[in-house]
Write a protein that binds this ligand. Structure first.
Ligand SMILES: Cc1cc2nc3c(=O)[nH]c(=O)nc-3n(C[C@H](O)[C@H](O)[C@H](O)COP(=O)(O)O)c2cc1C
Length: 169
């Protein structure tokens, strides 16, 4: 089976997950692991993105739109986390960009740390609006994200990747 892992990562979180997926697969099967440019034909595509304003990034969106008639295992990282419903919504939004001829085998998400400038902005706003509960929750979430993807996330990604391959064979 020919497998391509196609992803975009700005600060390295999604790359960590992509590398974990790669490490779980038979090295002889992985024909590509990298950004969505000149991706060879494959039987199974792992496609992943960081979350950009509630969806996948635009490069991955464009790649998904052109992926006709392929099985896709979808993965991503997001600054917010904890609720599977949130990851489901992100996953549905991104994979709805696929042509109808492609099929989604499953999805994997985990939290990914965000740049410190995001926290600084929340803290500055919190100083102006000390009673804003949403801001306080955002700071807590930011701090929770700092350790992710962690070893458990990467172990889960490896397990999920094997499951995706099994589901096709
Ligand atoms: C411009 C920008 C927009 C973002 N939008 C969201 C968002 O809507 N929802 C979310 O959960 N995380 C959001 N994030 C957080 C990133 O998706 C998260 O930190 C991700 O793990 C980064 O992945 P990377 O290290 O592979 O680039 C955003 C980050 C940036 C820089």
């Amino acid at each position: 089976m020919r497998i391509a892992i196609v992803y975009q990562s700005v600060t390295g979180n999604t790359k960590l997950v992509a590398e974990a997926i790669r490490s779980a697969l038979d090295p002889g099967s992985v024909v590509y692991c990298g950004a969505p440019a000149q991706v060879p034909e494959a039987d199974l595509y792992f496609v992943g993105s960081w979350t950009d304003k509630g969806s996948c990034c635009k490069e991955i969106g464009a790649f998904l739109s052109g992926l006709e008639g392929k099985p896709v295992a979808w993965f991503g990282t997001a600054g917010f986390g904890g609720a599977p419903e949130y990851y489901d919504a992100l996953s549905v939004r991104a994979t709805s960009l696929l042509p109808a001829s492609s099929r989604v085998l499953g999805r994997f998400y985990c939290q990914g740390k965000m740049p410190m400038s995001v926290r600084d902005r929340y803290v500055a706003l919190l100083t102006e609006h000390p009673d804003d509960k949403k801001l306080a929750v955002s700071v807590e979430n930011f701090d929770r994200a700092l350790s992710h993807p962690d070893q458990d996330d990467l172990a889960s990604a490896r397990e999920w990747a094997r499951e995706m391959v099994r589901s096709l064979s």
